[in-house]
Design a protein around this ligand. Sequence first.
Ligand code: NAD
Length: 282
Amino acid sequence: MSPSSKTVSRLPQATYQRVLAGQVAVVTGASSGIGKAVALGLAAAGASVVVNYASGSTAAEEVVDKIESSGGRAIAVLADVAKETEVQDLFRVAIKTFGTVHILVNNAGLQRDAALVDMTLDQWNTVLSVNLTGQFLCAREAAREFMRREVDRRISVAAGKIICISSVHEMIPWAGHANYAASKGGVVMLMKTMAQELAPLRIRVNSIAPGAIRTPINVGAWDTPQAYQNLLKLIPYKRIGEPEDIAQVAVWLASDASDYVNGTTLFVDGGMMLYPGFVDNG
Ligand code: NAD
């Protein structure tokens, strides 16, 4: 049977070693999709997690409940990552609750798609302000806290870790999504520049660039068999990614096991970056 949106099997339950015990993580946009899976993964690896959300507390509280019912620690904090004072408050609450922050996962993101000639300034600004400015604002607050605390080797050999959730569209142009592609292209240079600037302080900054992951942001790309078959043409590995695929990489990037990894984008995309259009000689 050919794989379809219905027949594709979910990943086996991930098992996590407690490699993040004693650490505190802030995950933005953590009430759904990739952010939710990352929050649960970091918590399963032993981190206390600040579950940031943008509106409506129910889904975020469910993530917190899930973490707490597994014996972990978490709080849900409302903040718009595009607003400076709300981001500052987010970190203030995180530090007041858990003492410090060791890990930031810059995950919050959105799309406002339109053809270039139809794109409004509001659509452009909304995407840039959440996907790029939001990552800057959160990274700045995280770095300030990492510098204040410095390294505590009993917890981690790094003072802090920042993980930017980017996209294959940091490299692949995307017609009809100029605002989104520009925002993720901006994340590359933000990430690399932060990595270069902060490395002497033992702060590591890296990106995860997902390919197509099964989340609410891209339902139309996988929720019918026809859409799913079309999507698979772009994925040499012939399955959609699951949020847990990203969570497992985030746990590794946040842990000391990746201590010498800095300023890098890790593509987690089933080979989407391999130019699958050339598989039949172009
Ligand atoms: P999603 O829509 O489930 O998650 C995005 C989250 O960001 C939501 O919880 C949303 O509420 C939150 N958010 C939006 N604006 C916010 C704001 N101003 N402040 C705080 N939170 C805000 O979709 P997802 O696929 O899980 O997306 C997560 C990240 O992964 C995004 O950065 C997205 O660009 C990236 N990504 C996703 C895919 C994919 O295929 N799903 C591929 C590449 C990159």
